[in-house]
Design a protein around this ligand. Structure first.
Ligand SMILES: [Zn+2]
Length: 152
């Protein structure tokens, strides 16, 4: 009975191409021990959001070891692209979960993105968490954890 019930629970999933994940992991490893960041491209697939492109951004934060700020020139260049899907950044020394600062920042661009990915880049092993961006009330955005499925 329990296993049957859990099968009926729908965990939303986000698809990502293996090549794109490798590009993201490579960039985050290069930025380590600072936070790396970048823009995700893609669109809506048959079963949900699908990530199939990544463009690294310079981290313009004054404290890049503990926060990130996307290079505004790169962000502006892509902000009206129909393929803009989301953003990704890394946590060099902590888990792939959003920090209070991440949630604060999200409010300023939550309207423009659908997907949010965090990479924990500690100890050469990368661990990715994917979230959808949800409008919970007017002007307030939250992140909903999803399963990240890799595809060829
Ligand atoms: Zn963060």
């Amino acid at each position: 009975m329990d296993s049957e019930q859990s099968q009926h629970e729908t965990v939303p999933s986000i698809l990502a191409s293996e090549i794109t994940i490798q590009e993201i992991e490579k960039h985050m490893a290069l930025c380590h021990p600072q936070e790396g960041c970048g823009i995700l491209f893609g669109g809506m697939g048959q079963s949900g959001w699908r990530i199939d492109g990544f463009e690294p951004c310079r981290n313009m934060s004054r404290e890049p070891g503990r926060s990130f700020q996307l290079d505004p020139a790169v962000w502006i260049k892509h902000s009206f692209s129909p393929r803009l899907l989301g953003i990704v950044h890394s946590h060099p020394v902590s888990a792939a979960a959003p920090s209070p600062e991440d949630m604060k920042q999200l409010q300023s661009f939550g309207a423009m993105i659908r997907v949010y990915v965090i990479v924990s880049s500690q100890k050469n092993s990368s661990n990715l968490s994917a979230y959808t961006v949800e409008l919970v009330e007017q002007g307030v955005y939250a992140l909903r954890k999803c399963a990240l499925l890799r595809m060829a």
